[in-house]
Write a protein that binds this ligand. Structure first.
Ligand code: COA
Length: 261
């Protein structure tokens, strides 16, 4: 695993240089998050696909401030993907990251051989209590983070690094992220997506319930869906093996790509 930086975006990559003719997952975290979310994909998919996990601007090790709209984040991720010359790019996002992937599929199709939407929706209204808690009591938000973001069945130890990384984030960046989610709505545009799309939902996701994923599956003509049991919103970290298998099965549908399943 290598740590690199391009256009002010810090990222980890399973391999460098990226291997040609292999799909490149561009993994995008959620509101107030970081690349740490994707450790199970960067490590678990190594040797099979290129896996690049970014810190969005203002997050993790990346410079600058966060952004105020999903469109702005999508533009930055598209520029980043072109700048690293990612072979066969497949943006893959959780929650706000999934909103960014939808925006990429709609507005920057040149960086989307396919797209992977995990724990997300075409509209992401945010409970006012989340915005209020981040604004007034960030420590309280961090303390309650796992109770609303993960399944009770998941060992908290498995999520400790994610919790700690979230706590190191800046409250104003997390707040702007959730406001950007609250304003996001591409429900009417989904039928125009043309690249193949995998939707992953999880049984115990309280933040983006499976109903949101069912809507994506129904409205995106090219979508298929995998539903994962006994997991919450942080499913890439809660059930990395199941998520990785779903991704490999999906990518296997592109027969001209060479990689080992
Ligand atoms: N996909 C499919 N259906 C959706 C949807 C999506 N992305 N977003 C909303 N809907 C549905 C809702 O389920 C609801 O359907 P119903 O009338 O049959 O119950 C309807 O559209 C309207 O919902 P919404 O726009 O969300 O408004 P609301 O005023 O009913 O609820 C919240 C507002 C914030 C309470 C609600 O959106 C919520 O609980 N959100 C999830 C929790 C959260 O904060 N997530 C953070 C995401 S980053």
């Amino acid at each position: 695993m290598v740590q690199r930086e391009e256009n002010g975006i810090a990222y980890v990559s399973s391999v460098w240089p990226l291997e040609e003719a292999r799909p490149t997952l561009i993994c995008i975290h959620g509101a107030g998050g970081s690349h740490v979310l994707w450790q199970g994909q960067v490590e678990g998919l190594a040797g099979k696909v290129n896996t690049v996990a970014v810190d969005l601007p203002g997050h993790g090790k990346s410079e600058g401030n966060g952004m105020r709209s999903i469109e702005d984040y999508a533009r930055v991720v598209a520029e980043f993907t072109r700048a690293i010359h990612a072979p066969l790019p497949v943006p893959c996002g959780l929650s706000m990251g999934g909103a960014i992937v939808q925006q990429l599929l709609l507005d920057h199709p040149d960086v989307c051989e396919a797209g992977i939407l995990i724990g997300t929706g075409a509209r992401l209204r945010v409970m006012p209590v989340i915005l209020k808690t981040i604004e007034q009591n960030f420590d309280g938000y961090i303390d309650s983070f796992l109770s609303f973001a993960a399944s009770e069945k998941t060992d908290p130890e498995r999520l400790r690094a994610i919790s700690e990384a979230t706590a190191r984030g800046r409250p104003e960046v997390a707040l702007d992220d959730f406001k950007a989610c609250d304003a996001f709505d591409v429900m009417e545009r989904l039928p125009s997506i043309q690249a193949p799309v995998l939707v992953i939902t999880s049984e115990e996701d309280k933040l983006t319930p499976p109903k949101y994923g069912a809507f994506l599956e129904e409205k995106i003509p090219t979508a298929s869906r995998t539903h994962i049991q006994d997991a919450g919103h942080l499913v890439p970290a809660e059930k990395p093996d199941e998520v990785n298998q779903a991704i490999l099965d999906f990518l296997a549908g592109k027969p001209n790509w060479t990689y080992t399943r």
